[in-house]
Design a protein around this ligand. Structure first.
Ligand SMILES: Nc1ncnc2c1ncn2[C@@H]1O[C@H](COP(=O)(O)OP(=O)(O)OP(=O)(O)O)[C@@H](O)[C@H]1O
Ligand SMILES: [Mg+2]
Length: 348
């Protein structure tokens, strides 16, 4: 018990963590982060829609589940939580975020599972790049000016055109000549956002935020080389301005769980411009973990009600990510042995 009368839970002897979308890059980074520590005794249960998923074989136990759009997805997750006595659930996939944010209270009450998640409101706000830019601007962060597509003659190039709700850089184009604007708007789909193009250095800031919304760590890294929206080369840096802007963005959106903020530091005026808040674990989070900030471990600890120590919240600067392929070779019998979620009902 602390001086304020708050009860601090004891470190559990063992914790079972369920990781979704286990084949995805952020899931693999998450799993490796938990594997690289010895503070908590952890078993990892992985789920994915296909057994041919490399990340599943980094897990202690593994299941296939329906796709997130399938009505049975949540029942499948619940069955596995029960069968495996899951303590903490880490949602990874971008399009699972709404579902788990909404399901988190029920999973806690019904199965004692603590879901690492933001609130449904924060997920919805972060998803919408127009509304989140407005909210972030009210918190004092520079945002690229947004232009009205109906007055295309007045749009000052260069601009960036992207879907208001989008991910993975789909539908994103840079328009340097106004003649290309109409095609870019079409490419962005039904709700395009036309923004000033900010020329400068791009940063992603990995965050550690506690369930009360207190930001415990904000770790910037430069996106040195990006392919299809993913960092291939990056380096950790200490930059108080980038960090401060990221903290403001996270507070503005109301993050209380996993997240990262993308910003561009303008070459023209040195200000940090908001690109987006992602209420999820980043694919290149492995760099931040490798530099000493074990983001997955910290979120598992927070989910268990444990307070991170100060020395866990720092990381080294000038550490590089040089992404490379990692082949996992798996015997077909092992793939065939991956249980479908409905078999979890019979697991004792
Ligand atoms: N206003 C801007 N000025 C300059 N570049 C921008 C701007 N907005 C976006 N970009 C560039 O386009 C990329 C994709 O934009 P954004 O992150 O908003 O889309 P996304 O679909 O969420 O992409 P991803 O999932 O790859 O992050 C950014 O990483 C950045 O390089
Ligand atoms: Mg982005």
């Amino acid at each position: 018990m602390t001086a304020s009368g708050e009860t601090i839970p004891a470190t559990p002897t063992h914790t079972t963590v369920l990781v979704t979308a286990a084949g995805s890059a952020p899931a693999i980074a998450f799993i490796r982060g938990l594997r690289s520590q010895s503070e908590l005794s952890v078993s990892i249960v992985g789920v994915d829609t296909t057994a041919r998923s490399a990340g599943l074989f980094d897990c202690d136990r593994r299941y296939t589940v329906p796709r997130v759009e399938d009505r049975q997805f949540l029942s499948a997750i619940e069955a596995i939580c029960q069968a495996e006595s899951v303590d903490v659930l880490a949602p990874i996939g971008n399009f699972e975020l709404e579902l788990f944010a909404a399901a988190a209270p029920g999973l806690r009450v019904k199965f004692g599972v603590r879901v690492i998640s933001n609130t449904p409101e924060a997920v919805a706000l972060a998803r919408d790049k127009r509304t989140s830019a407005e909210v972030v601007a009210r918190h004092g962060v520079a945002v690229p000016a947004i232009h009205d597509q109906s007055d295309s003659a007045a749009v000052p190039v260069p601009v960036i055109v992207k879907p208001t709700i989008g991910a993975g850089s789909h539908g994103v184009s840079v328009v340097r000549d106004r003649a290309g604007l109409a095609a870019a708007v079409k490419h962005a789909g039904k709700d395009p956002l036309i923004q000033d193009f900010i020329d400068g250095q791009e940063y992603t800031v990995d965050l550690v935020v506690d369930p009360a919304g207190l930001i415990l760590a904000a770790a910037p890294r430069i996106r040195v080389e990006v392919r299809a929206g993913q960092s291939y080369k990056g380096v950790t840096v200490n930059d108080p301005e980038v960090e401060a802007a990221a903290r403001r963005c996270a507070r503005a959106v109301g993050l209380t769980g996993q997240g990262n903020v993308q910003l561009i530091k303008s070459a023209e005026n040195g200000r940090c411009y908001f690109v987006e808040v992602n209420p999820k674990f980043a694919a290149a989070m492995g760099l931040t973990i490798g530099a000493g900030l074990n983001v997955p471990l910290l979120y598992v600890k927070l989910a268990l009600g444990l307070r991170p120590r100060d020395d866990e919240l720092i990381r080294r600067e000038r550490v590089w990510l040089l992404r490379s392929w990692h082949d996992r070779v798996v015997a077909e019998e092992e793939i065939d042995a991956v249980a479908s979620w409905d078999r979890s009902r019979t697991v004792q």
